[in-house]
Design a protein around this ligand. Structure first.
Ligand SMILES: [Zn+2]
Length: 487
């Protein structure tokens, strides 16, 4: 044998050994998936993928009652274009509310991602940079596609594979991208096509949640197998069920780079949490400030009661701190107006602070469920120091009364959108305190007639002033006028 041949053989042996060492069960699953999708070379050669279609996108945490059907946005004109090697994505869609919605029923959305830069494009074409959290979420959204995730593993040597297991007819592999994103890929053991990609994420209300995207209805396009149904769920809730009308490989994708104005703009940081306190009656403060979720503090003989702990731990903790600064009396009770996620985001911190939760009785089992959940990805106060919850469930009504204050709480009856809502009434001041019954900024007041019936006919209340969780403080007359003008 000549020297050259020997060298060649040795080189081949080294390559073969390296290949064997690399062919872990995890890599075998990826290679099988690449073959099933159309072959490694074809997968690596893809430049762009365009996905068009439509489907329902439910509004998680906004149902009428906690276990009721979710209100749904109907998404049409969905178009997502992905520049696969450059990690760029542009998504445009039209969504139309299939439920009673207080503002424009139809919204066009246009969102982008370019590497780590996320941005949104407004109706006037102006692009604005989105937060780092949005960029992270969109990266996961981008990776939750069979072609993108398999290509990512094949193309990026920094990707780590682990945790091979077989479960039923699925083969499962854990993937960690070179950016540290962790995803679980499941591949059908028969067809070898990816069936789902799952990633864990933090949700203010639910804590650790799985964002799971399932793929089905594979169809051949330009020699590649691509899914025609893409279904995303967050925890147990459906989030988007996309029926793909058309997949296009290497079509004209246009320029998917983020506009210069976006890349040069700083990443928007979370704005400081401002809480203002405006006295609205003797021993009553309206806590406003950042955002459009307000709370109200009532001062009793020897304690304070807070109406609403909204959004998340950050907002609710700031509100609690502000309430405590208003009086030397201890804050002991929090009224949670209803179960919608934006209104119950402070539930866990309220329990961690030891407060008694006053809420409509049907919220209690659901709130108990939320309280038992793990928040290990972003540990909150309750995760760090678990405490038992104290509930004071309200059936039809409850009056909180001592020498200093009287607050009557009423269940809002037969409202088409709000099944678990408690509004408050202060008879001394003829004051209504409410969440989601009315917002001075809403365009439409679909359930205004029901609210008026509740206040005037069912509860027979005389109201002069309404103090809201959303919108501005107004006279009752002004509120009724607006409700009647734009039902
Ligand atoms: Zn609301």
């Amino acid at each position: 044998m000549k020297n050259l041949d020997c060298r060649l053989l040795i080189a081949m042996a080294v390559a073969a050994t390296a290949a064997c060492a690399r062919t872990s069960p995890e890599l075998r699953v990826i290679n099988d998936a690449a073959d099933a999708l159309g072959g490694r070379q074809k997968v690596l050669a893809v430049r762009t993928l365009t996905i068009e279609g439509e489907g329902p996108a439910p509004n998680v945490g906004q149902n009428t009652v906690p276990d009721g059907e979710l209100p749904v946005w109907k998404v049409t004109e969905f178009k997502r274009t992905i520049d696969v090697p450059n990690h760029r994505m542009r998504t445009s869609q039209l969504r139309t509310a299939q439920f009673l919605f207080a503002n424009a029923n139809t919204q066009r959305q246009n969102q982008g991602l370019d590497g780590d830069v996320a941005y949104n494009i407004g109706a006037d074409g102006t692009a604005s940079r989105a937060s780092a959290a949005v960029a992270r979420d969109r990266r996961i959204e981008l990776l939750q596609h069979p072609l993108v995730i398999v290509r990512e593993v094949l193309d990026d040597p920094g990707t780590k594979l682990s945790g091979y297991r077989a479960s039923g007819n699925q083969e499962i592999v854990e993937i960690e991208t070179s950016k540290g994103e962790k995803l679980t890929l499941a591949v059908d053991a028969g067809s070898k096509l990816p069936s789902r990609v799952t990633s864990m994420s933090d949700n203010a209300n639910m804590g650790d949640v799985a964002i799971d995207t399932a793929f089905s209805g594979y169809d051949s396009v330009s020699g590649l197998q691509l899914p025609k149904r893409i279904t995303t769920t967050i925890d147990k809730y459906p989030q988007f069920d996309l029926t793909v009308s058309k997949n296009t490989i290497d079509g004209d994708a246009g320029d998917l780079a983020a506009p210069d104005a976006v890349t040069s703009a700083p990443v928007p940081a979370a704005p400081p949490q401002v809480v203002t306190a405006e006295p609205v009656g003797k021993g009553i403060w309206w806590l406003a400030g950042s955002g459009n979720h307000r709370s109200v503090v009532f001062e009793f003989d020897d304690h304070l009661v807070l109406y609403e702990a909204p959004l998340n731990e950050t907002r609710s903790k700031a509100v609690i701190d502000k309430a405590r600064s208003l009086s030397a009396k201890p804050l002991t009770h929090v009224i949670i107006s209803h179960h919608h996620f934006d209104h119950s985001g402070g539930l866990r911190v309220a329990v961690a602070e030891g407060f008694t939760i006053i809420t409509y009785k049907e919220n209690v089992p659901f709130f108990n469920e939320l309280l038992m959940r793990k928040h290990s990805i972003v540990p909150d106060e309750l995760e760090k120091a678990p405490k038992p919850a104290k509930f004071e469930p309200v059936d039809d009504q409850l009056t909180l009364k001592d020498k200093s204050m009287e607050v009557q709480l009423y269940h809002l009856k037969e409202n088409p959108r709000e099944g678990t809502n408690l509004f408050a009434y202060v008879p001394r001041d003829r004051m209504l305190v409410q969440a989601d019954l009315y917002d001075s900024t809403w365009q439409f007041h679909h359930w205004g007639a029901n609210v008026i019936t509740n206040i005037e006919q069912i509860r027979k209340l005389k109201v002069d002033k309404q103090v809201p969780v959303h919108g501005a403080i107004e006279s009752y007359a002004e509120m009724v006028k607006k409700m009647r003008a734009n039902p």
